[in-house]
Design a protein around this ligand. Sequence first.
Ligand code: IPE
Ligand code: IPE
Ligand code: MG
Length: 244
Amino acid sequence: MSIIKEYSKNEKKIPRHIAIIMDGNGRWAQKRGKIRILGHKEGFKAVKKTVKFALQNKIKVLTLYTFSTENQKRPKLEIIALLELFLFALKNEIQHLNKYNICLKVIGDLTYFDKELQLYIYNAERMTLNNNGLILNIAANYGGKWDIVEGVKKILSDVQKGILCISQIKEEIFSQYLSTNNLLPVDLVIRTGGEKRISNFLLWQIAYSELYFTDVLWPDFNAFEFKNAINYFSTRKRRFGGNF
Ligand code: IPE
Ligand code: IPE
Ligand code: MG
């Protein structure tokens, strides 16, 4: 009920939490006869622009899907390049993010990353913890199924410790055991690259999200595309199962 109430107040219908499946880097490069890794590098430029648009449009939370648990199946060299790019981005952008009052969060199974990357993530999150501008939530080695299984493990552990009774477990309580705890509900999911699927991104969290699919490949995503997605969202009548 709380989501409905907050929404009826929100006249402008600007999504507060946008989550993006940034797909199409490989095809962008291949179309130009380049190696896929160059597509990921170009994709990073689109990430920087997107953070800027999110700030300009006063979006409160931006969740970006950078690497899925299934992306571990990719060739080793591509994975290494992606992880290097992630580390490079953290090293180079964190001061900038901090200056713009952005709070950085990383969700996903971080144990997959080497110690250096884990430390940079930890420090970046700590440095920007008290920033109250945009929340930039990076889903890295993330899987919607992984998130739910981790939530189940944590909730079971609290039941075992006697912190929680089984009868107290309700949807709202379970939500708090997911990696997105404390974030606003996801209003809009954008997927670039033409595929119309979720690819194990947020699952529980998108039960009532609006979904926007575009054929634009991620490196070509720009302010115009961003506006199109927001305009699409603003035309949706969200009912949340009700009939009002
Ligand atoms: C998305 O682009 C980025 C990651 C999955 C890391 P892809 O690498 O999936 O690019 P396409 O879909 O093959 O074009
Ligand atoms: C989804 O893209 C994952 C990210 C964008 C990080 P994929 O390219 O991995 O998805 P599939 O394989 O087309 O479903
Ligand atoms: Mg892809």
